[in-house]
Write a protein that binds this ligand. Sequence first.
Ligand SMILES: [Zn+2]
Length: 179
Amino acid sequence: MNYCSVCATPVTKKIPAGDNRLRFVCDSCQTIHYHNPKIVAGCIPEWGDQILLCRRAIEPKSGLWTFPAGFMEIGESTEQAAVRETFEEAQAQVERICLFAVLSLPHIGQAYLVFRGPMHSPDFGIGEESLEVRLFSLAEIPWDQIAFPVVKDALRRYVDDVTRGEFQVHVASLSDRLT
Ligand SMILES: [Zn+2]
């Protein structure tokens, strides 16, 4: 950050009184500009024993597969964001979604909230940000063509839970080595 978003004066990095981290502080209006992690909400849509994945049409990782996921918007809840992303990317309606995994990526300031839930019907389509959308049995998941390590991690946990016959809520932190 170079300029204050309130008054357009150059900002300086300093530790504000009572704080213990470097922040961008405006030299003129004294506004402290905090940079905090972003929440990514995603959903693993289920149809019977299959899940719906999308092949990304946009960078980064265009051409690789993911479940629908994206940054939360102001004014929506995490579960609304997951439902919205599922509709935007895969034109599928999910219902009664459950929290499945909270995966932190501290080195890039993101946390993924991954939900799972049944599709309302087998209808889906190719959203604006997708090249292809299809249902996969768990044995068909294209492990070597998954877009992001965090997505692969969530899918592995999902397959493990299905194999074990019991879902749990996973809370984990992925190191930069994996992402
Ligand atoms: Zn300012």
